[in-house]
Ligand binder design. Structure first.
Ligand SMILES: NC(=O)c1ccc[n+]([C@@H]2O[C@H](COP(=O)([O-])OP(=O)(O)OC[C@H]3O[C@@H](n4cnc5c(N)ncnc54)[C@H](OP(=O)(O)O)[C@@H]3O)[C@@H](O)[C@H]2O)c1
Length: 295
């Protein structure tokens, strides 16, 4: 099999892993800032025209949730406008588009894991900008997958996991919120499952994906509060001897005011993806164990 793939966001948590998992599928043209600035209108369009891929994978995004509150135009350009440009160019080429979105399109009021059919209602600029991107792709149609994921982490870029490990080395006692709940998702697993999907798609990915096109939830199986996640990180830490933290205490989101409001319960139900593709992400604790062992 030899597919021509354009990957945007190759330096990000997910993009870095995708660059590796996609390699066996064919030729990957990979870009990121500053080679390409997706806040500029037309940049994504031009990249697609130059690469002429069969598949476009958009792992780039403006992900600074708090900063987005004061930089709405940039967040909207990268997360809202760029996906629409990619969808239009994909449709013009007969290519497939795989795009990632977020649990932050929801307000967290439902109280049980969200389905694709639940109405989105973002609480912050980042969530609204990502929702605008989803809408733009769906308006164009064509061959696309929008994979909504949540709480993505890697150990090689600053993430909740690396922050908890860092705090555990410097503070005798940690306080972590127990009222934010979602599915921790290892970037490498998300990249693996994306590559496996494309391998299943075979020689004509646009046609195969077009029959299955749409919006899917895809995140680590099961869910946890940030407190439970932090507890698991400390327990699975291969260098526990370096920890000076002796206790981890629950806190409430309201005690740590941030510029962006966050949904409290934004766990995703991923059954639709499993039913359609016959693949699922492993349990979040199992993935975390593997991630910590991999270092
Ligand atoms: N991280 C999470 O917890 C989370 C949760 C739910 C969904 N998601 C979604 O999952 C996907 C992957 O997220 P991630 O965690 O891998 O994100 P990430 O680590 O922040 O990577 C995003 C990449 O996009 C690049 N980018 C940002 N602005 C750009 C611009 N103007 N022009 C070109 N490139 C630009 C970033 O470059 P710089 O680093 O130079 O800015 C970075 O390399 C995104 O769609 C995200 O919305 C993430």
């Amino acid at each position: 099999m030899s597919m021509r793939i354009l990957l945007l966001g190759k330096i990000g948590q997910l993009g870095w892993e995708l660059l590796r998992t996609l390699a066996p599928l064919g030729e990957v043209v990979a870009l990121d800032y500053p080679e390409i600035d997706l806040s500029q209108a037309g940049a994504a369009r031009q990249a697609v025209r130059l690469a002429a891929p069969q598949v476009i994978i958009n792992a780039s995004a403006y992900t600074a949730v708090d900063r987005a509150e004061s930089e709405e135009p940039v967040a909207l350009a990268v997360n809202g406008r760029t996906p629409g440009e990619l969808a239009e160019e994909a449709a013009a080429l007969g290519a497939a588009l795989i795009h990632y979105s977020t649990d932050y399109v929801f307000d967290g009021a439902k109280g049980s894991p969200y389905l694709e059919t639940d109405a989105p209602h973002p609480l912050n600029v980042y969530g609204s900008s990502k929702l605008a991107g989803e809408d733009a792709i769906q308006q164009v149609g064509g061959s696309f997958l929008i994979l909504r994921t949540s709480w993505v982490y890697s150990l090689r870029r600053a993430s909740f996991v690396t922050k908890v490990l860092e705090w555990s080395r410097g503070q005798p006692s940690l306080r972590v919120v127990s009222d934010q709940v979602s599915n921790p998702t290892w970037a490498r697993m998300l990249a693996e499952i994306t590559a496996q999907l494309l391998a299943k798609a075979g020689e004509h990915p646009a046609g195969w994906l077009s029959e299955r096109r749409g919006l899917y939830h895809l995140a680590g199986d099961g869910y946890a509060s940030r407190l439970e996640w932090a507890q698991a990180i400390l327990r699975l830490d291969p260098k526990r001897g370096e920890q000076v933290a002796r206790q981890i205490l629950p806190a409430r989101t309201a005690e740590f005011p941030t510029p962006a409001r966050r949904p409290l319960f934004s766990a995703l139900n991923c059954s639709r993806f499993t039913n359609v593709f016959g693949l699922r992400l492993p349990d979040w604790q199992e993935s975390l164990r593997l991630a910590m062992e991999a270092g």
